[in-house]
Write a protein that binds this ligand. Structure first.
Ligand code: SAH
Length: 354
């Protein structure tokens, strides 16, 4: 970021060290950490002396992402945020209201390196990783803007979270901290395109979040065609890592499957998918859940969405084979389509202006 101390990236124990180093009592750490989590900046914390506030303002950064654009769905109240970061980069977060609580879908990187053929977020490549403060900042900024508490997080926005592993882990510890936002790990899910070493590492850090795997195909040939990551880690390696994750954490894994008309959405694809998953998890006791979503059409990719009927049919075939499947309800259908498109249109209009 800068030479300055990035306050929102620091856990209370790290803040303690900092305060001690500048001759302040240790309890300042909790005081500042809790107030920052409400969206207040250093200058709002008037319980600190004026000279301490001035020192903090000079030595540290306490900025949150700012709302660059906000689209509110007339259908279901979903809010799509385009946030601007300190360096001018933009990312997206989506606020959704579910019966089980308010959920924020957050981005993990500016752009994405993974190259999935159907995805808008990856078209311009990866610009950079997000800092822990920027991951956390999306939640704090969305809570501040909406005035509502966010109780669930899904890491399914722009970027590949396991390609930004250390910052994501730090963020998870920050967001879970009882003196901060205090969001339970069980209310957090992380979606990956299949960065296999990251799945093994995640199993070892004792952060029992829910893992979602973007599978999208039932054999290597088809998966490699739409997801370049599959050249590096094949489906068998990916599913072995999933079994390991389940054995170590006891957390269930869900599989995302984007239905693309004529590519991966036939009955035989569904049968192949069911036997692939059943075989991989045989004897492990892991429940298998497949989330089906009809592809959001992105102009640049040319992939087409099938009918709702064919999606339901795909789900029925899976269920008949003993695999639980849900056709995902699309929230915020009117606040623009696929993830990454709002950022792309902002980037385009910026480059047209310059
Ligand atoms: N990189 C992570 C998280 C971000 S993508 C991952 O790949 O899981 C979040 C989800 O949206 C993934 O399942 C991804 O495959 C899916 N997705 C991306 N573009 C899509 C599109 N145009 N239509 C439907 N789903 C899409």
């Amino acid at each position: 970021m800068t030479e300055k101390i990035d306050l929102y990236s620091m856990l209370p124990e790290e803040l303690e060290k900092y305060f001690i180093s500048i001759g302040e009592p240790k309890f300042r750490a909790k005081q500042v950490f809790s107030r920052l989590a409400t969206g207040d900046g250093v200058s709002d914390i008037t319980s600190l002396s004026k000279s301490l506030r001035e020192r903090l303002l000079a030595e540290t950064v306490d900025t949150l992402p700012t709302v660059e654009e906000k689209l509110v769905s007339k259908i279901d109240g979903t809010v799509k945020y385009l946030f601007r970061l300190h360096d001018g980069s933009c990312i997206e977060s989506v606020f959704m209201k579910y019966k089980h609580g308010n959920t924020l879908c957050i981005s993990s990187q500016v752009g994405c390196y993974m190259g999935c053929k159907f995805c808008a977020s990856t078209i311009g490549g990866k610009v950079r990783d997000l800092y822990p403060s920027e991951l956390l900042g999306q939640i704090i900024a969305a809570q501040k803007d909406s005035g509502e508490r966010i109780s669930n997080i899904v890491m399914m926005g722009i970027g590949e979270p396991l390609d930004n592993f250390d910052n994501v882990i730090k963020f998870l510890r920050l967001v879970n901290h009882p003196d901060g936002l205090n969001i339970g790990y069980r209310h957090i899910s992380l979606s990956t395109c299949g960065v296999v070493p990251g799945i093994y590492k995640l199993a070892e850090v004792d952060i029992p979040i829910t893992l979602s795997i973007s599978l999208h195909a039932s054999n290597d040939e088809k998966r490699t065609e739409i997801m370049p990551v599959n050249k590096k880690w094949k489906i068998a390696e990916l599913l072995s890592a999933c079994v390991d994750y389940y054995k170590v954490t006891g957390r269930r894994i869900s599989f995302e499957y984007t239905l693309i008309s004529g590519k991966n959405d036939t009955e035989s694809d569904a049968r192949e998918l069911a036997s692939l998953l059943k075989n991989a998890f045989k004897g492990s006791g892991a429940p298998i859940h497949v989330n089906l979503i009809r592809v959001n059409e992105v102009k640049e990719t040319g992939f087409k969405k099938g009918t709702a009927e064919s999606a339901n049919n795909f789900a029925k075939v899976l269920e008949k084979q003993g695999v639980v499947a849900t056709v995902r309800r699309r929230l915020g259908a009117d606040v623009n389509a696929a993830c990454g498109q709002l950022r792309r249109s902002a980037m385009k209009s910026q480059s047209e202006q310059s």
